[in-house]
Design a protein around this ligand. Sequence first.
Ligand SMILES: [Zn+2]
Length: 340
Amino acid sequence: MQFMRGSNLPEERGGGSNILMNSTCHDTIVEAVEADSFGYSCPTVQLMIRSWKTVKAVLGYTGFSEFSPIWNSKNLEELNVMGKIEEWDRRGIHCLAQLYRAGRLKSFQEIREEYAVPNRLFFSYLQVRHALEVQFRGKVIEWSEMPLLRKLIKWEEDVGTITEEQWKYVLALGPRVSLAPSQGVSHLYLIYRSYYTPVKLFSFGKSPDAKCHHCGDRRGDLIHMFWRCPKLHRYWEGIVEKMNSVFGTSLDMEARTCLMSLMEKNGMLKDTQTAIIRCLFQGKKLIARKWQAKDPLTMAEWMKEVKDMIMKEKLWYGKIGSMKKYKSIWKLWLEQERSE
Ligand SMILES: [Zn+2]
């Protein structure tokens, strides 16, 4: 996953029409507040800078974050005096964190290999290095990623690499998982890994061990509780089989499919995909609701949830005069139900 500057967080991008962003030389609000680069000060800008400082303090940041820009930053006086080195900027070197690895400034060779910087920029590297040495006076910079990003990156350990496009899709799924906005938030609870798993409770000292309540496995972490637990195997297998039989798909029995709704589209209609996303969401919701249950979840319980959801959607779409939409989403499910 490559979290490029601002591109993964479109809502944070200032956009040309935003008067605040027009007054700064940075692309995103986070970069602008980190650099304190607003061209004028007004109560909104001051409030934003104060709020960001509070957010950083709450998240445990004491100094610079991975969003701190290198260029045009009032907080990096030494580099600011030097001015922007356009060739570095063009090669994608924008943020301070890109220059460091494990608390130490990267060598020219590392930067050259990573950003295809030509040898002739060695002199400018020496200038930057000198400026940073003067700026930080030998202090070790402690880098930590934003907790949210760290959580998202953890997903890649659990389910494999997720491309930037796929992340955009997963993070934007909230409004598609259900017609109820609160359910969209539930989707984000899972993606942001907000559940109190046995591992988390154990780490907080709230539980004597980190075991899964269902199977007794020693490591009841998020991926175990939602996917790897052997007690869930039949449940997920049944759901995937049912999806494939109803929608004529060939969804894989994989965590990235079932938990993140990542699937090959293969010409699939958008409404069919919505139906699958909603059915899979019911599967996850039931796991969260029956978190402490002793007995393994069953397909029958999931079927009941899906049928209730479809019933509610019928009422809702009927009320807003969109039965065509309802049929387009649920046609295949309803057809199979009739043939049973
Ligand atoms: Zn288990």
